[in-house]
Design a protein around this ligand. Structure first.
Ligand SMILES: Nc1ncnc2c1ncn2[C@@H]1O[C@H](COP(=O)(O)OP(=O)(O)O)[C@@H](O)[C@H]1O
Ligand SMILES: [Mg+2]
Length: 163
């Protein structure tokens, strides 16, 4: 497990830019954190790192937003889905097994439906109650699968926000 710490929204955005540098087409990133943790901000940083020009919003109501980088980027928010059959309807399995980069918010709603391998990122939510340090975020990253273990190694080399 890797741990990073950011102390401002700008740093979390910059962390997202770093993260984008080590990701590629066909990969899956799961992103967990309470409301206000900074998930959208992190995805905005990732999008900037991938040179995506569009405005990035949480796909809370659309469930999926698709962006074009040098490969497609699928940004999911599973929060409003109620059962796994809906994943099938939206093409979740085709996308996550496809050629794009999939970023999945609220993956913990459907732990059994996730691909075999992925990068798992948690942004802490202690910020509400950690002695008034409201801008501090701990970002914990773990890898499932060797490809993602390599990504963690690379991230450790290039990313400055180690605690
Ligand atoms: N270090 C930090 N990293 C990310 N967001 C931060 C940080 N410090 C403060 N914030 C604020 O927290 C909020 C995160 O919002 P957002 O990215 O929409 O969260 P989520 O998508 O997880 O609900 C923003 O208002 C941002 O300015
Ligand atoms: Mg959000």
């Amino acid at each position: 497990m890797l741990e990073f710490k950011t102390t401002s929204p700008e740093e979390t955005f910059a962390f997202g830019q770093c993260l984008a540098k080590v990701l590629s087409a066909g990969q899956v990133v799961c992103l967990v954190g309470d409301l206000g943790a900074g998930k959208t901000l992190l995805v905005q940083g990732m999008a900037a790192g991938l040179d995506i020009q569009d405005a990035i919003n949480s796909p809370t109501f659309t469930i999926l937003n698709v962006y074009e980088a040098s490969f497609p980027v699928y940004h999911f928010d599973l929060y409003r889905l109620e059962d796994a059959a809906e994943l099938y309807d939206i093409g979740f399995y085709e996308y996550t097994e496809g050629d794009g980069l999939s970023i999945i918010e609220w993956p913990d709603k459907f732990p059994d439906q996730l691909p075999d391998e992925y990068l798992w990122i948690e942004i802490n939510s202690d910020f509400v109650n950690n002695g008034g340090k409201v801008n501090e975020r701990v970002i914990r990253i773990s890898a499932l699968g060797t490809a993602y273990e390599h990504i963690c190694e690379e991230l450790k080399q290039i990313c400055p926000f180690l605690p």
